[in-house]
Ligand binder design. Sequence first.
Ligand SMILES: *Cc1c(COP(=O)(O)O)cnc(C)c1O
Length: 495
Amino acid sequence: MNYLSTRNKDLRMSATQAIAKGLAPDGGLMTPAVLPRLPSSAVETMKEMSYQQRVVYIMNSFLEGFAASELTTYASEAYGGGKFSHEDVAPVHKLDDGTYCLELWHGPTCAFKDMALQMLPHLLTASLEKNDEKKTVCILVATSGDTGKAALEGFRNVDKTKILVFYPKDGVSEIQELQMVTQEGGNVGVCSVVGNFDDAQAGVKTLFADEELAAKLAERGYFLSSANSINWGRVLPQIVYYASAYCDLLKSGAVTKGQQINVCVPTGNFGNILAAYYAKEMGIPINRLICASNHNNVLTDFINTGTYDRNRTFYNTISPSMDILVSSNLERMLFELSGRNDKQVREYMAQLSEYGSYRVDSASRTKLKKLFSAGYCDDDQTMAMIAKMWKDKEYLIDPHTAVAFHVLDEYRANTGDDTVTVTVSTASPFKFCSSVLTALGVKNHKPGVEVLDQLSQHTGVPVPMPLARLKNRQRRFNGVTEKSAMMDCVLDMLK
Ligand SMILES: *Cc1c(COP(=O)(O)O)cnc(C)c1O
C-alpha cells in the first residue's frame, strides 16, 4: 500500500518511508492511498484473539513491507511482557447497559499515548533499517503533557535513536512534569518552553522546516523525525483499540453482531478520534463520532459550523492535554471530507496559516455533520462530572475522561439517541490528583508525590505502579528555553 501527502496526492511513499519521515516534505500528512476494508468476518475472527493478535490483524493490512511475524514480535514487545498492568491491555469497563468506558491508560506512563508510543519505536526503527538509513534519528516532540512522557518511555535506550522533548512551562500538571524531568535513559533530553502548547508545537515545526539545521545535523550523523500524532505510526496503533473494544462488547453480549455503537472521545490534536473514524471506514460498526472538547472549543465550533477559527482566547484548563487551538490531525479529516481533494486541503491550510481560519465547503460540512457530533465543557462542569461519576458509580475518572462523559450526557439529553456508547478514557485519575481531589471535595492537598497516596487513601483506589515509583526518582532535567532558542537545545543535545 502506498501513502500520499494530504497536500499533494502525487507525493507518494511506501509505508516504511511514511513512518521514517513522519511528515511529508510539503508539510502535508502521509495518509494511506486506499483505506483497507475489513472482511465481513473480521469482528468474529478478532473476537477470539488476544489484544496483541488483534494488533497484527489490523496493522498488517496497512504495512506492506513488514512480515506478519515482525508485527507479532513488535506487538508482544509493545503490549506484552508486563508493560501494561491489565491483561486485556485496553479493557472495556461497563457503567450501565448502554454506557461503556474504554480504559487506555494501563500502560507504563498511565496515559493513552502509550497505546501508540509503545508501538511507534518498533515501527520506526524497523522502517529506518528497511530504508538503509545510516544516520541516527533524533525524535523531537512538542507535548501538552502526556505525549512527552510516553515518547520518552517508548524510546528510552532504543538503539540508534535520540529523543528530545519540549513541554510548555506552565501547561502541564506537577505529576506530568515530574514524570518527564525524572526520565531515565542515556538517549533522552527534556526541556521546558516559555509559553503554551501551541508555542512549543510551532517551535518544533520551525525546527523541522529549517534546512540549515538539517544540514548541520547531517554532518554530525543525525536527522530529525517526529513522534507527534501526525506520524502515521502513531495513528495506526490507535485504530486497533476501537476494533478491539467492539470485539469485547460483542463477546460480552453487550451488542449483537453488526449492531452499531457510538464513540465519545476527549479530543485535542484529533488523533484519537481520527483513528475511530478510520476504524468506522474499515467496517467496524461505529455510527456517530462524538468529539468532546474542554473550554478550548475550536473543534466544537468547527463541527457545528464548518468554520475553523483559531483566533480566540487560549485557556489553561484542568484537562491540559486538550488545551490546543490547532489540531494537527484534522488535516487528514479534511482530506477525507473534501473527497481527497489535495488542492483544497492545501488552500485550507494556507488560509489557516495566513488568517488563522478557514471555512470548508458545503459538501464537506454535510459530511462532517453526518459523521460527527460535538460538545464542550468548562472546568466546573468537568469537576462536577468527576464527583458525579464517583458518587453514582464509584468510578474514578480523570478530567479528560470527565469532559467526554459530560459531553456524552449533553448529547444524549439533546438528541435522545440511546445507542450503546463507548466513552474513551485517556488518562489515569492519578495523573491529575489535585483536580480530582478538589472535585471530590478534599481541600488541603499534600505536596509533590504525596498527593498520590492522599487520593488513594481517600478513595481506596490503588496508585498505579508507574506513578508510585516516582517517589524515589531524582530530577534529571531543569532546562527552560524561550521559543526562539529551541534550536540551541537541539544542537546541544546532538553534539
Ligand atoms: C493526548 C490526549 C488527549 C487528546 O488526544 P488527541 O489524539 O490529541 O485528540 C486527550 N486526553 C489525554 C489524557 C491525552 O493525553
